[in-house]
Design a protein around this ligand. Structure first.
Ligand code: COA
Length: 215
């Protein structure tokens, strides 16, 4: 076994767990789950059967990932955020074969206590603010805030809001990466492909959020 499981966690075989993944206190990984490498599952987390999770996914305390959810690599699920898998649940009506799909794409962040209504796709590197309720698909890099969640801006891969400068360029204050809004309204990074890994020197935070914000 090349992953870590705390003695209080429960793993139901058969399931796949990649190397260097850590599963902490009272977590429960159900049979048929497939989890990649270098993930972290905090206290009281649950991964249901048939859920697929990529590499380097961070799942904070008290998060349940229900059947129907696909989590790509580098996703951050904040503490006590809520995923769902039936839009119209009724205790008297069995909809076990009707779980709806929620796709959380690479690098997305879901803030603490946010709720995701099932059937949506959260785009790459989107950022769902704490406590928001997401009811619709979210574009790549979108910052979504509120109930219901509305787009309040664009976040960089490093989690900073950026706006166009005098020359029209959008710069991330941490990485210096340039971002561009295409005529179709899609935001993309000009300096690093969304699917490319982050260079090691850019993968460590050195200043808190507000220090960048003040600039
Ligand atoms: C979205 C977020 C990044 C914005 O941070 P920020 O840029 O510092 O935002 P500000 O504090 O300047 O707030 C700007 C406005 O948005 C509002 N706002 C900020 N976060 C909000 C939220 N989660 N929900 C609703 N409104 C929010 C503020 O009240 C403020 O409103 P105002 O202009 O009417 O006064 C941050 O609030 C957030 O939700 N981070 C997630 C934290 C988290 O869940 N971490 C989990 C790991 S511990």
């Amino acid at each position: 076994m090349n992953y870590f499981v705390h003695p209080t966690a429960i793993i139901d075989p058969p399931c796949e767990i990649g190397p260097d993944t850590k599963i902490w206190h009272f977590a429960h990984i159900c049979a048929q789950a497939a989890i990649g490498s270098r993930c972290i599952f905090g206290q009281n987390t649950m991964v249901a059967g048939n859920v697929t999770i990529g590499d380097n996914v961070k799942v904070q305390n008290n998060v349940s990932i229900y059947s129907g959810t696909i989590v790509e690599s580098d996703v951050f699920l904040g503490p006590s955020c809520v995923l769902t898998n039936v839009t119209n649940p009724r205790s008297q009506v069995n909809r076990h074969s009707l779980y709806e799909r929620t796709l959380i794409r690479r690098g997305a962040t879901i803030g603490a206590n946010a709720t995701i209504i099932c059937g949506v796709t959260l785009g790459r590197y989107c950022f769902i603010a704490a406590g928001s309720v997401v009811t619709k698909d979210v574009p790549d890099y979108a910052l979504m805030v509120g109930v219901p969640a509305r787009r309040r801006g664009w976040m960089s891969r490093h989690g900073h809001i950026h706006r166009p400068g005098a020359d029209g360029a959008r710069l991330c204050p941490q990485s210096g990466f340039r971002y561009e809004l295409t005529p179709t309204g899609v935001l993309c990074c000009l300096d690093l492909d969304e699917e490319a890994p982050l260079q090691a020197e850019l993968a460590v935070g050195k200043k808190v959020y507000d220090e960048f914000k003040a600039r």
